[in-house]
Design a protein around this ligand. Structure first.
Ligand code: BGC
Length: 398
């Protein structure tokens, strides 16, 4: 005898079994969802107000979370990465970047904590350059060794402006796209520059930064991010035990004003040789003229590059926590700065004053003062060209 579904459903036992499987199915889906949420298996984005900038415009703080539970807090004021939580070898998350709790502290004084830097990152000798027969004179806002220079884009560089922001999730990765139009003549630079920077917190525990810019007049461009890292956790002492490798056989030595001499010299046999893993503290105070100029490491390393594309620029290992950071970039250089100028005047998120060498920066970039150095790779962007470069900070533990 053949029974159809309708007649089957009229059996009480079938009814019971049917509703039970239905219930089990619902419970299973709920349990899976709860597990996914509990385990943080989804990338998420949250937003909250971050106070007003110097023009009274409201900034926002975005919390990007990946499926492993790693989070990055980034504000559209200066594109500043205010917090970055990465796991240690026991899966314990700690905030590993220096910074402040409030926008007011950033407005008051910051040594560029976590910020996007532009239009030209690093130094321009005496704030002067010539381009296409025109002389340009920029503000000199820095004077290492008493010698004035232009630093990190000027008085109000890209680190101090409010960017238009769009946060979104794409392929289960949280992203923050920031846009800024730097008008012709801003901070003395020629040409209107349209800049887009996209931060992505990938599910491989990477903070990926994609830079993009176009101009309507030839102009120098050198964008970077100025995060200060302490892989033991911000506020947890100095960074002297961090073990660093730099994929660089050469560097650009500087004069007393931290302006490159124009030479590209081998690091072999100097305190600048990080081709083998070496603790920052081992030679940071070595008796060396270059070290003396920087008050420690504050120099540009020339990356060993194989063609275009991404290069592993640096690795940093912190033995106590086991945190390990890799820096990959398309840029030809990296400024390795170990916080020599931190002096306890900046009080961080935990209420702890950041003393000398409690954070280090790996600012991927073109070499300093490139606009005045004919033998360095050019930083001039022409109309019709697209400035495009990517840097990745990847976090694991061992
Ligand atoms: C420079 C340092 C400077 C610091 C600003 C770094 O990129 O290399 O010399 O003091 O930025 O905090």
């Amino acid at each position: 005898m053949i029974l159809d579904v309708i007649s089957l459903k009229s059996f009480p036992l079938f009814n019971l079994l049917y509703s039970m499987t239905h219930l089990i199915r619902i419970l299973l889906v709920k349990a899976l969802l709860a597990h996914a949420l509990w385990a943080g298996n989804f990338s998420t984005i949250q937003m909250k107000p971050f106070g007003n900038d110097q023009d009274g415009r409201e900034a926002t703080l975005y919390t990007l979370k990946n499926e492993n539970g790693m989070t990055a807090e980034i504000t559209n004021y200066g594109g500043i990465v205010t917090r970055l939580f990465a796991p240690d070898r026991n899966g314990h998350f700690e905030d590993i970047v220096l910074g402040y709790n409030t926008i007011d502290e950033y407005l008051e004084a910051t040594p560029y904590f976590g910020a996007l830097i532009g239009r030209v990152g690093n130094r321009i000798a005496d704030g002067k350059f010539s381009l296409n027969g025109e002389d340009y004179s920029l503000v000199t806002n820095n004077a290492p060794g008493g010698i004035p220079c232009h630093l990190h884009g000027g008085t109000r560089g890209f680190d101090k402006v409010l960017w238009d922001a769009k946060a979104y999730i794409e392929n289960n990765e949280s992203k923050l796209k920031l846009k800024y139009t730097s008008v012709d003549g801003e901070e003395g630079y020629p040409g209107t520059l349209e800049v887009t920077v996209t931060y992505t917190l990938t599910n491989a525990n990477e903070l990926k930064i994609e830079y993009h810019a176009v101009t309507d007049k030839a102009t120098p461009v050198n964008l970077t991010n100025h995060s200060y890292f302490n892989l033991r956790g911000e506020g947890n002492g100095d960074i002297l035990d961090h073990i660093v490798t730099l994929n660089a056989d050469n560097m650009t030595p500087v004069d007393a004003g931290l302006i490159p001499t124009g030479e590209i010299t081998p690091v072999a046999g100097t305190p600048f040789d990080f081709t083998q893993p070496t603790a920052i503290g081992d030679r940071v105070d070595a008796d060396d003229e270059q070290i003396a100029y920087g008050g420690g490491y504050d120099h540009n390393w020339v990356l060993n590059k194989r063609g275009q594309g991404m290069t592993l620029a640096a690795t940093v290992y912190e033995p106590e926590s086991g945190r390990y950071m890799e820096v990959l970039t398309e840029e030809p250089g990296v400024q390795f700065y170990v916080g020599n100028f931190l002096d306890g005047t900046n009080v961080g998120k935990k209420g702890i004053a950041y003393q000398k060498r409690t954070g280090f920066c790996l600012e991927t970039q073109h070499y300093p003062d490139s606009i005045n150095q004919p033998n360095f790779p050019s930083i001039v962007l022409e109309p019709g060209e697209v400035y495009e470069t990517t840097t990745i900070y990847k976090f694991t533990a061992r």
